[in-house]
Design a protein around this ligand. Structure first.
Ligand SMILES: [Zn+2]
Length: 81
């Protein structure tokens, strides 16, 4: 475990995941993966860690993200990134 920080393009999850390893994917507040091109991403700015399922809320105003929760939301095959 490492200290989590999400600043600009430099994302380091508490699990050690980074954008170039397992990555992060747009999700709803519930943690359900969603296509960012789809209108259903109405919750905006939420991302899910593909490794530990943390939910990160990213604030474009400050360019900083914070972990706001953890999800165990199941997702259908079609939800997978
Ligand atoms: Zn993680």
């Amino acid at each position: 475990m490492t200290e989590a920080s999400f600043i600009g393009d430099e994302w380091h999850c508490k699990c050690g995941n980074q954008p170039h390893t397992d990555g992060f994917y747009p999700c709803l507040r519930t943690g359900r993966y969603v296509d960012p091109m789809n209108d259903t991403w109405y919750d905006g700015n939420f991302y899910r860690c593909a490794r530990c399922d943390a939910i990160i809320e990213f604030d474009p105003a400050t360019d900083i993200g914070t972990i706001v929760g953890q999800t165990d939301a199941e997702f259908a095959e079609m939800d997978q990134p």
